[in-house]
Design a protein around this ligand. Structure first.
Ligand code: SF4
Length: 470
């Protein structure tokens, strides 16, 4: 089992409906824009109105799909998915879209998020051997569809019947032969937005940056607890449940979302820059240069520099082409691995007192190595500033941090963390400072990993491999 050193996003989802165009290439580019949300597998399902075709495999989007694969995906509507496994192993069967055939109806489903009642759901459905919550959702819809086969709006009725059995986080794209569907759980933990295509047609995507990349115009976010159905007639909206307080994952603003995306109408880059400005006010440092941990620490470091007047400089270079390896490194190789990803620029660090700005510390081991790299490159002091509060509580909504014992801030206080990572000083952005920096604090956020206040019941069993063991 691999333990990640940073929180990992659960997945990216994309869907497109156009009356006139082949959509497989469009979905491919949409997934390409969402690659940062999941790098273990990628898949696309399309329909020509009669037949649903699914192609999926382990690997990055550009590794999984080539021109012959896209050419084999016929049709004018479809869905796509990039996956990081927060439930179940990284194997082919768990790649998405999940698919079910019920009579003449073919459905495919892509999921971003994590259910909190996976075990109960598996028991309720009487399923053994299914390995993901996403697969259980597809099964639940398939069974409801079976009951409703005579209904002309079979898919949406089946989803409305199955969805109340799901608890936790789900932003879904679902399709049958003739329509695409997007829906978000009643809290809206994971994002999902709707865009329109200039030549006609509609797109659903985890992030607005994916709309930009395919030339779609942002229309609106799919609401928490809302289901949108897109077919030849247009977009129809349904409410899943009585509305609840929205709870978009605050870490979308801190780390997960692309800086060129917008959420709740606010630009992510501007919000991260503001986080850095507030951080400089809350935790000033006496230093010569501000250095970001690339890439996600960049806007906050710019904000810290602007607010403090301390010059900004690049001190670490990220290898942009490293991609994701499927070879598990040995411990000694893993120790060396960080240098494959980030390499110092000693000319910018030597003899300087450095403010090192990162977006989060989850397990601490990467941060410790980074501080050492900056010192080894000649920095005389390293003052670490973090543009989010201590990550003390596990996430059950789609981040791979469900084991509290691995979280450094759950075990150590701030002075102990500073000593552990070897920094001269350490300052975290306050929760209020972070919420204010988003510029949309009242829109409603989940802050559970930072505050311990969970918006839903949380599961007793938190093992992401639980279904495989049951
Ligand atoms: Fe996001 Fe943290 Fe809530 Fe998980 S617990 S959804 S990472 S804010």
């Amino acid at each position: 089992m691999r333990i990640s050193e940073r929180p990992r996003e659960a997945c990216g989802v994309f869907a497109a409906y156009t009356p006139r165009q082949r959509v497989s290439s469009l979905i491919y580019y949409g997934l390409f824009a969402l690659q940062h949300r999941g790098q273990e597998s990628a898949g696309i399902a399309t329909s020509d109105g009669e037949t649903v075709t699914v192609f999926k495999d382990l690997g990055l989007v550009a590794q999984v799909f080539d021109e012959p694969a896209l050419a084999g995906l016929d049709g004018h509507l479809g869905i796509g998915h990039t996956r990081y496994s927060t439930t179940g192993s990284n194997n082919w069967a768990n790649a998405q879209p999940a698919h079910r055939q019920v009579g003449h109806t073919s459905i495919a489903l892509g999921h971003n998020g994590n259910l909190t009642n996976t075990r109960e759901l598996a028991e309720h459905l009487g399923i053994k051997g299914s390995t993901t919550d996403s697969d259980l959702m597809a099964e639940g819809i398939a069974r409801a569809l079976d009951d409703d086969r005579s209904d002309a709006r079979g898919l949406e009725m089946a989803i409305l019947k199955a969805a109340p059995t799901w608890e936790g986080a789900f932003s879904l794209v679902i399709m049958d032969q003739g329509r695409i569907v997007g829906l978000r759980d009643p809290h809206g933990f994971r994002p999902l937005c709707l865009g329109s295509l200039p030549e006609g047609g509609w797109v659903l995507a985890s992030e607005t940056a994916a709309l930009d990349l395919v030339g779609a115009q942002f229309v609106r976010e799919v609401g928490a607890g809302e289901m949108v159905v897109i077919d030849a007639v247009g977009v129809h909206s349904y409410s899943l449940t009585p509305s609840q307080k929205p709870g978009l994952c605050l870490f979308e603003f801190v780390y997960f979302a692309r800086p060129d995306s917008h959420m709740y109408g606010r630009g992510i880059h501007a919000a991260r820059r503001q986080m850095g400005e507030t951080l400089a006010e809350e935790h000033p440092a006496d230093a010569d240069v501000v250095v970001p941990v690339p890439e996600s620490g960049l806007p906050a470091a710019q904000g810290f520099s602007a607010a403090s007047g301390i010059p900004y400089t690049d001190g670490l270079v990220k290898n942009r082409y490293i991609g994701r390896t499927f070879i598990e490194p040995t411990q000694s190789l893993r120790e060396r691995g960080i240098r494959l990803k980030l390499n110092p620029i000693p000319d910018n660090l030597r003899g300087r007192r450095v403010v090192l700005v990162d977006d989060s510390i989850v397990r601490g081991s990467t941060t410790r190595k980074l501080v050492q790299i900056v010192r080894d490159a000649g920095a005389t002091e390293v003052h670490l500033r973090v543009s989010s509060p201590p990550y003390r509580w596990p996430c059950f909504y789609g981040m791979d941090t469900s084991d509290r014992s691995t979280l450094i801030a759950a075990r150590l206080d701030i002075d102990e963390i500073r000593d552990h990572i070897g920094a001269d000083s350490l300052g975290y952005l306050s929760l209020q400072g972070l919420l204010d920096a988003t510029g949309v604090a009242d829109a409603g956020f989940c802050t559970a990993c930072l505050s311990g206040e969970y918006p839903t019941e949380i599961p007793e069993v938190t093992d992401k491999y639980q279904l495989e063991r049951s």
